[in-house]
Ligand binder design. Structure first.
Ligand code: WT7
Length: 663
C-alpha cells in the first residue's frame, strides 16, 4: 500500500468522502444508461421492470406484472418462457451464431477453447437430450459439482432447458456438504467431473461424489465429465461418462416454455444456524433482473465488449454474471478456470491483453492480493482495452478502490462497487457508469426500480450522516422466492425483523449526501474472501471432532481476505502443549475442511481452558473478536470470569500460526 504516495496523496485525502470521480464526458455521452433512467423507474417501478422484461423472449405473454402477498412475490404472472432459449437459441436465430459466447481459459497454460453461440446451442441441446435419456424430467432437481469448464455452463443451461432446477455446489465444498445439499433437494441426478486443476495439480471431485452418495441412496445417475484424466472409481449402472452419453445425442432439441415462476435453480448459502439455506430462484423475474443489471451496471455493448467475471460458477456471482446475465444479453465472456497466480502472477493481465477484455468484475480480496504483488505486473501489460471495472462480495476499502482505479483502470475506467446477495439474485446497490459520480468505498445508490433504506432498531429511516441496518423496501424481480422446503424460515429470516420489509443482514450508512456505504454483516455470518461462512456451521464442525468440548468461532478482520475464521476451542482434559498441541490444531482444521470444505478452515485455532460467557451462558463472540484482532477489550462486566479473557489474550499472542496457505 506504500505506492499510494505516488501521486503525492495522503491517506487522509484518499479516504475523504470529499473525493469524487464524475464519469468522463465522452464516456457519459456514450454510456448505455442515461440519468433519466432513475426517474422513469421511480415513477412506477413495477411498470419499469415489466418494460425491461419485454426484452426477453416470451412464448406466452404475462397477464399481471406482479402479485405481491408479502413476503411472497410472483412476477410476470401467467407468462411462459425458456431460460436456455433466451440465453442461446434466440441469439443463434438472430444470426449471431458465429459470435463467441466464451473465451474459455484453462488453468494449464495454452489450454483454451473458444465457444460460439452456435456451438453452445448444439452442446446444450445434446446435454438436454442426454439428461432426458437418463430420465430427468421437468421439476427434477440436478446437483452439479464441477470445475470451471464450459460443460459447467452447458449442464446448467441443459437443466434450465428441461425445467429441471439445478443446484451447483462449489467444488471447494466437502463430500459431507455435498451430501447435505443433495439430500435437502432430493436430487437423483449428479453431474460432476473426474477432478479439476488447482495450482498445477489435479484434484479430485468424483471421489467426493462417491463418498457423498454413500449417504444418498436416491441418486440414480452420475454423469462424469473427463477433465484431468485421473483414475476414478466406477459404479456400473450409476456412473456414466459425459463424452460417451452426451456426444452421441442429437444436436436438435425442441424446448418447452415454462411458467415465469418455474424454479430455475437453488443455491445454498450460509445463515446464522448450522444448516445452509437453499435459496430458490425462478425464471422470468430472475432473468429480467440479471440481464438488465448486467447491461446497465457494466455499460455492456454486446457487439463490442469482452466481459469477464472472475468468479466461480459455484457461487451466485457466477450464475448471474457468468451465465444468465451475459448470455441473455448475447455477450462475449471470458471464463477462466484457475487462480490469479496459476502460471505466474501476471496471468490475469495476460488474459486481459490476449482477449481484449473490456469489463472486469472481481472481488476486493483479489484486488488486495494483486496489490500485494505490486503495480509492476499490470504496468507491464497493455490493459488499454479495459473500460469498466466492477467489485463485489464485501465492502471495498478505499485504498483498494484507488489502487484498482489507478493501476488497472488507468485512471479512466469507472468503478462500480456492486452490493447484492445470493438472495437478491442480481445487483441491488451500485453506481451506473456514465451516470454516477463515484466515491471510493461507496456502493452509492439503489439500482433503478430497487427500494433500499437504512433504518434504526425500530425500523425508522436514519438521516444523512448516520448508520443502521440495510433493508429493501419493495419486491424486485430477481428476489428469492423462498428457502427450499422451508417457507417459515424464509419469513422468519428475512421478513420478520422489520415486517413487510426485507432484512439484508448488513450494516450500512448514509453519508451527508445521502449516498450508501455498506459496512459488513451484522449477524453471525463471516465474509471470507467474499464467501459467506456461518460461525455456527464452523462451530458445529469443530465440536464434532472427538477432542473438542466447546468451540466459539469469530470472523476477525484480515488485511487480504477481509475476514478470517478464528476459533476458540476447549478440549478434553488439560489440553496438549507444544508439538502435540500443534498437531491437534492441524487435525481440527483438517476436520473442518472435511465437514464443510477447505474454504471454512480456521486461519487460527486457539486452545483455551474456558470460553468467556455472559451470566446467561451466551458465548461473548464480540469480545472474542476483539481478542482475535488484538483490540482494546470493551466492557466485560457481564463476564462470568474476566480472567478467562486475559488467558485467551495471552494464548493468542503466543499461538503457533499455521504455515499452510489459505485456500
Ligand atoms: C453478502 C452476500 C453478491 C455476490 C457475492 C456474495 C456482502 C456483497 C458487497 C459490496 C459490501 C458486500 C454483504 C452481503 N457483500 N457485495 N459490494 N459491498 N458488502 O454473495 O455470498 O450471498 O454474500 O456479501 O455482506 O450480505 P453472498
Amino acid at each position: 500500500m506504500s505506492d499510494l504516495g505516488a501521486n503525492g496523496e495522503t491517506l487522509e485525502a484518499l479516504l475523504s468522502e470529499e473525493r469524487r470521480f464524475p464519469p468522463p464526458d465522452d464516456f457519459a455521452a456514450e454510456a448505455v444508461a442515461q440519468p433519466g433512467v432513475y426517474a422513469a423507474a421511480a415513477a412506477d417501478p413495477v411498470a419499469w421492470w415489466a418494460e425491461q422484461a419485454r426484452s426477453l423472449r416470451w412464448e406466452t405473454p404475462w397477464e399481471t406484472d406482479l402479485e405481491w402477498e408479502p413476503p411472497f412475490a410472483r412476477w410476470f404472472v401467467g407468462g411462459r418462457l425458456n431460460a436456455s432459449v433466451n440465453c442461446v437459441d434466440r441469439h443463434v436465430e438472430a444470426g449471431l451464431g458465429a459470435r463467441v459466447a466464451f473465451h474459455w481459459v484453462g488453468e494449464p497454460e495454452d489450454d483454451t477453447r473458444t465457444i460460439t453461440y452456435a456451438e453452445l446451442h448444439q452442446m446444450v441441446c445434446q446435454a438436454a437430450n442426454a439428461l432426458t435419456e437418463l430420465g430427468v424430467k421437468t421439476g427434477d432437481r440436478v446437483a452439479i459439482y464441477v470445475p470451471m469448464i464450459p460443460e459447467a455452463v452447458v449442464a446448467m443451461l441443459a437443466c434450465a432447458r428441461l425445467g429441471a432446477p439445478h443446484s451447483v455446489v462449489f467444488g471447494g465444498f466437502s463430500a459431507e456438504a455435498l451430501a447435505g445439499r443433495i439430500l435437502d433437494l432430493g436430487a437423483r441426478t449428479v453431474i460432476t467431473a473426474d477432478g479439476g486443476f488447482r495450482r498445477g495439480a489435479p484434484s479430485g471431485l468424483k471421489v467426493n461424489v462417491d463418498q457423498a452418495l454413500e449417504q444418498c441412496p436416491e441418486v440414480q445417475s452420475v454423469l462424469v465429465i473427463r477433465r484431468t484424466g485421473q483414475e476414478v472409481a466406477w459404479q456400473e449402472g450409476r456412473d456414466l461418462w459425459w463424452h460417451e452419453l452426451v456426444d452421441r445425442q442429437s444436436p436438435a432439441h425442441t424446448p418447452e416454455a415454462f411458467d415465469a415462476e418455474h424454479p430455475l435453480y437453488v443455491m445454498y448459502t450460509s445463515g446464522t444456524t448450522a444448516k445452509p439455506k437453499g435459496i430458490l430462484h425462478t425464471t422470468g423475474g430472475y432473468l429480467t433482473h440479471v440481464s438488465v443489471t448486467h447491461r446497465l451496471v457494466f455499460d455492456v455493448k454486446p457487439e463490442e465488449d469482452v466481459f469477464w467475471t472472475a468468479a466461480d460458477i459455484g457461487w451466485v456471482t457466477g450464475h448471474s454474471y457468468i451465465v444468465y446475465g451475459p448470455l441473455a444479453n448475447g455477450t462475449t465472456s471470458v471464463m477462466y478456470e484457475g487462480t490469479p497466480d496459476a502460471g505466474g502472477r501476471d496471468r490475469w493481465w495476460r488474459i486481459v491483453e490476449r482477449y481484449g477484455v473490456s469489463i472486469l468484475y472481481t472481488a476486493p480480496t483479489t484486488i488486495r492480493t494483486l496489490m500485494k504483488w505490486g503495480e509492476e505486473l499490470p504496468a507491464s501489460h497493455d490493459l488499454s482495452s479495459l473500460r469498466v471495472l466492477g467489485s463485489v462480495g464485501e465492502p471495498i476499502n478505499p485504498e483498494a478502490w484507488m489502487w484498482y482505479r489507478r493501476n488497472i483502470g488507468g485512471n479512466r475506467c469507472p468503478i462500480v462497487d456492486t452490493w447484492w446477495q445470493t438472495e437478491t439474485g442480481g445487483i441491488m446497490i451500485t453506481p451506473l457508469p456514465g451516470v454516477t459520480t463515484t466515491k471510493p468505498g461507496a456502493a452509492m445508490a439503489p439500482f433503478p426500480g430497487i427500494g433500499a433504506d437504512v433504518v434504526d432498531n425500530h425500523g425508522v429511516s436514519v438521516g444523512n450522516g448516520q448508520g443502521g441496518y440495510l433493508i429493501l423496501t419493495q419486491p424486485w424481480p430477481g428476489m428469492l422466492r423462498g428457502i427450499w422446503g422451508d417457507p417459515e424460515r424464509y419469513r422468519e429470516t428475512y421478513w420478520s425483523r422489520f415486517p413487510g420489509r426485507y432484512f439484508a443482514g448488513d450494516g450500512a450508512k448514509r453519508d451527508e449526501d445521502g449516498d450508501l456505504w455498506l459496512l459488513g454483516r451484522i449477524d453471525d455470518v463471516m465474509n471470507v474472501s467474499g464467501h459467506r461462512i456461518s460461525t455456527t456451521e464452523v462451530e458445529h464442525a469443530l465440536v464434532s471432532h472427538p477432542g473438542v468440548v466447546e468451540a466459539a468461532v469469530v470472523g476477525a478482520s484480515d488485511p487480504t481476505t477481509g475476514q478470517a475464521v478464528v476459533a476458540f476451542v476447549t478440549v478434553r482434559g488439560e489440553g496438549p502443549e507444544g508439538e502435540a498441541g500443534r498437531e491437534l490444531v492441524d487435525d481440527m482444521r483438517a476436520h473442518v475442511a472435511s465437514v464443510i470444505g477447505p474454504i471454512a478452515k480456521p486461519r487460527q485455532i486457539l486452545l483455551t481452558p474456558e470460553l468467556p460467557k455472559t451470566r446467561s451462558g451466551k458465548i461473548m463472540r464480540r469480545l472474542l473478536r476483539d481478542v482475535a484482532e488484538h483490540r482494546e477489550l470493551g466492557d466485560v462486566t457481564t463476564l462470568l470470569d474476566p480472567t478467562v479473557v486475559n488467558m485467551i489474550d495471552e494464548k493468542l499472542r503466543h499461538a503457533p500460526q499455521s504455515e499452510e496457505e489459505e485456500p
